[in-house]
Write a protein that binds this ligand. Structure first.
Ligand code: URA
Length: 276
């Protein structure tokens, strides 16, 4: 493996990157469908109707939410215990234990997306949770945002065969939503165990959810991205999540900067995983 490569500048790289899709426009019909099933398109509630229905629904919602809250707290405690119970020394053992656990938020997934890449690598990437394509293929970061991340890393000579990649949550959340704070808390012992087994020198935390789970801190990704923090003899660097870059393409420039910072660090530490 060579340690030096020609680094494209950002405008050269930009030509290679996937273009951004516009989100579908929202029309009033779909809004009404989602907010009030019994109303027809264009129909308005009078203020009296509105107040009355709201008072009733506020009361029922309050009572329901107290009950749900109590029940949820109990299940969350139980779920955390399930994950805390897992303590593996090898990847095979960790994967097997994880496959056996019975957690409510794994029920929407078709596959368990465990990891990909080189488990001996000194470089580890951690994302949040699989999306639709990852759920289909059983591999992390193979969908649209994963392809964007990979294109950018490849342009810097950082290839998947030379790093290890996984997620905080190995199951696709329902409707592709972001894992909740509770789910992240439940999964924290698992991801720390995963890091312990891999023993990387550098961990790249993809997106704020991943940063929150691993560092156990809430910080705005815009203020911490691209900066290394040392902890337990490892360097941790948060970066933007590529799905954010798909929505805000102007941020790709900052991401490219952070990837180059990572590359320089790998070279500085003599971690020879860069291909030209
Ligand atoms: N987003 C993630 O955080 N992880 C994946 O595996 C895919 C998309």
């Amino acid at each position: 493996m060579q340690s030096k490569s020609r680094i494209p500048n950002y405008s050269q790289l930009k030509k290679k990157l996937p273009s951004v899709k516009k989100p579908p426009s929202i029309n009033s019909e779909s809004i009404n469908k989602n907010t009030n099933q019994s109303m027809h398109v264009g129909e308005k509630q009078t203020s009296t109707q509105y107040n009355h229905t709201n008072q009733i629904s506020n009361f029922t919602n309050k009572t329901n939410s107290i009950n749900i809250h109590k029940k949820e707290k109990q299940t969350l405690k139980e779920n955390k215990q399930i994950i805390e119970f897992i303590k593996s020394n090898t990847l095979t053992e960790l994967r097997m234990q994880l496959a056996k656990v019975n957690l409510p938020f794994k029920q929407h997934a078709t596959t368990m997306v465990f990891s990909d890449g080189d488990s001996e690598s000194p470089l580890m990437f951690i994302g949040e949770a699989p999306g639709q394509e990852e759920d289909k293929q059983g591999k992390p970061f193979v969908g649209e945002s994963g392809k964007l991340l990979e294109t950018m890393l490849n342009a810097a000579g950082i290839y998947r065969k030379n790093y290890y990649i996984t997620n905080i949550v190995p199951w696709r959340p329902p409707s592709n939503r972001t894992p909740t704070l509770e789910e992240i808390n439940i999964m924290r012992p698992y991801i720390m165990n995963h890091i312990d087994i891999i023993k990387p020198k550098i961990v790249v935390l993809i997106g704020s959810t991943s940063h929150r789970a691993v560092m156990n801190q809430i910080k705005a990704i815009t203020t911490i991205r691209g900066q290394f923090t040392e902890k337990d003899n490892m360097l941790f660097m948060p970066v933007f999540h590529p799905s954010y870059l798909l929505r805000s393409p102007s941020k790709k420039k900052e991401m490219w900067h952070d990837i180059l910072t990572l590359k320089h660090k790998l070279l500085e530490m003599n971690l020879n995983i860069i291909d030209s």
